[in-house]
Design a protein around this ligand. Sequence first.
Ligand code: UGA
Length: 429
Amino acid sequence: MKISVIGTGYVGLVTGVVFAQLGHKVICMDKDRGKIENLKKGIMPIYEPGLKDMAVKNHDEGRLFYSIDIKEAVQKSDLIMIAVDTMPKENWQTDLGSVKSVAKDIAKYMNGYKIVVNKSTVPVGTGNLVDKIIKMNQKKKFKFDVVSNPEFLREGQAINDTLRPDRVIIGSDNPSATIKVVQLYQDMNTVIKITKLKSAELIKYASNSFLATKISFINSIADIAEMTGSDVDEIAEGIGLDRRIGREFLNAGIGYGGSCFPKDVGSLIYTAKELGYDFTILKEVKRLNEDRINRFFSRIKKSTNLKNKTVSILGLSFKPNTDDLREAPALKLIKLILGEKAKIRVYDPVAMENAKKILKNTVEYSEDMNHCVNKSDIVILVTEWDEFKNADLKSIKSLMKGSYFFDGRNIYEPTIMKNLGFKYFSVGR
Ligand code: UGA
C-alpha cells in the first residue's frame, strides 16, 4: 500500500520506517525542511536504537521517501497517517492546531479516495472533528474515511514495539476502511482489536493513565515500605506474581516523566472535566507524581548538607535508551539542588547534547561516569542506564571524596553498597 506519514516526530518517523521495512512505499512528510534534509542524509532527529540503520536501508532501497511537500504526500498515497504534535496547553487541554491544519491540507489536496488514519494521541471525538474539517474544506467531494489507530510504542524500544506490538487497535465506523487498515498489520503476529472510532481514541488515554496509576500506586507503597522497614521491590515481586496485577510498571522510583504520561494524564483529566466528571483518581496520580522529586530531595537534605558540596548526577534522560529530556525528573532535581548552592556535575550516555541546550553553564558536564563521580561528595542516580547497572562500584567508591549515594531507581543491592562503604539510600527499601 502507498502510505504517507505526516509528521516525523517519534511516532511518525518510527511508524514510517517500520512500514517501509514491511515492504510498503512510504513518504515521511514534515514541514521542517532542516529535519527532512537531514533525514535524506541519514541523520536522525532522535536517538532510538536501531532506527537509523533501518531508515537508511529502506531509503537506499527505494521504499522510504522524505518530503516537505504535503500536497505530494497526500496525492501519492492511498492511506495518510496523521502523526503530528498534540502538545498540551497551560490547562492541559490538548492543542489540536497541527491536527486541524493537516486535516485542512488533506481536504485541499486530495485527488481520490483516501483513508485518513490518526496516529497522534488525540482526545475522544477528534476523529469526528477531522472528518468534519475535511468535508468542510474539500474542493471536490472525494470519498474518504477516518480511522483511529493509536500508537503504543515506548521510546528506547520503539522499533521492537512497532514491529512486534502487544496489540493493534483499529477504531473506525466504516467496515471497509477497517479491513484496509487491518491488512497493514496482518503479517505481524499480534492481536488486532477492532473498535468504534471513539473507543480507540479513549483506549490510548486509558492505557497510559492506567500505567501511570500503577507507577504512582507503587510509589505510594514505597513510601509505606520506607516507614515500616519493608522492601518495595519484594512487594512488587510479590503482588506482580498475581497474573491479574502483573510485575511490569511496578518499579518504584522518582516518578514518571517523558512526553506521554504527564501529558495524557493531564489531558484525560481535562476531557473528563469538560464532560462534567471529576476524575479524582487520576488527579491524585498526577499530584503524587509531581511530588515525587520533592520527596526524594527532602530525603537527600535530611541525610546530608548540600551547601558547597560537589553533587554528581548520573543519568539525565527521562528513562534509559533515549536522549529525551521532556519532563525528565533529573531537570527538576537539578533545579532544587542548585537552590542549595551545591556544585553539580552531570553525565548521561546519550542526552548530554540536549542537556547542554537546557542546563547551559549551570552545571559541569562530564565525558564519562568516572569523571562525573571523581572527588564528588554525593552521587545521585536518576536514570537506570545499563552502563550504570554494570559499573565497577568499588572504583566509583574509591574515586569519590564522600560516600553518600542516592539511588532514585533502585538498581543496586543495598547490602553490597553498604559493604563497599557507601551511605546508600534508595526508594522504598
Ligand atoms: C509510554 C507508554 O509506555 C507507551 O505505550 C506509549 O505509546 C507512549 O507512552 C506514548 O504515549 O507515546 P514512554 O513514555 O516512551 O511510553 O515510556 P515508558 O517506558 O512508558 O516510561 C514512562 C515513564 O514511567 C518513565 O519516566 C519511566 O521511568 C517511568 N516508569 C516506568 C517508572 O517510574 N516505573 C515503572 O515501573 C515503569
